[in-house]
Design a protein around this ligand. Structure first.
Ligand SMILES: [Mg+2]
Length: 125
C-alpha cells in the first residue's frame, strides 16, 4: 500500500500515533508519502520536524496548492490519505480511501458542527 500523510492539522494533531503508524507501515513493506502544502523552501525544517516526531517516510512531496494534493495522489499512486482540510480532499481520486482528521480548524466544538464552505459542502435537508 502507499499511504499519504498530511502534516499540519493531521500528523501535528497526534505525532506519536503517526510515528507509530508510519513505522508499522514501513516495517510491513508499505510506502509512506508525506504530502504537504508547506513552502518547499522550508524542506530542511520540515524534514527535521518529522524526524524529531519519529515519522519515517519514503518521499516528501510539496503541493503547490491545497487542491493540487488530489492530482498528486493520482501521480504518486496513493491508496490511502490522512488529511484534515476539505479543500485538499475534493480533487482526490475516488479510488483513494480518505481518513479525514477532525481538529479545531475544521470543527466547531461549541456548536458541534463541521466548518466548511458552501462550495465544498452540500447540506442535507
Ligand atoms: Mg492539513
Amino acid at each position: 500500500m502507499k499511504v499519504a500523510l498530511d502534516i499540519d492539522g493531521t500528523i501535528s494533531e497526534h505525532p506519536q500515533f503517526f510515528a507509530w503508524l508510519s513505522q508499522q507501515l514501513q516495517q510491513a513493506g508499505h510506502s509512506v508519502l508525506i504530502l504537504t502544502f508547506r513552502d518547499p523552501a522550508r524542506e530542511a525544517h520540515t524534514r527535521a520536524e518529522l524526524t524529531n516526531w519519529g515519522i519515517v517516510f519514503d518521499a516528501l512531496v510539496f503541493a503547490e496548492s491545497m487542491t493540487a494534493k488530489g492530482p498528486l495522489c493520482g501521480i504518486h499512486g496513493v491508496e490511502l490519505l490522512f488529511e484534515d482540510q476539505d479543500e485538499c480532499i475534493v480533487n482526490v481520486p475516488e479510488r483513494v480511501l480518505v481518513f479525514k482528521i477532525r481538529n479545531g480548524g475544521n470543527f466547531d466544538f461549541d456548536s458541534q458542527q463541521w466548518v466548511s464552505t458552501a462550495r465544498l459542502t452540500q447540506l442535507l435537508r
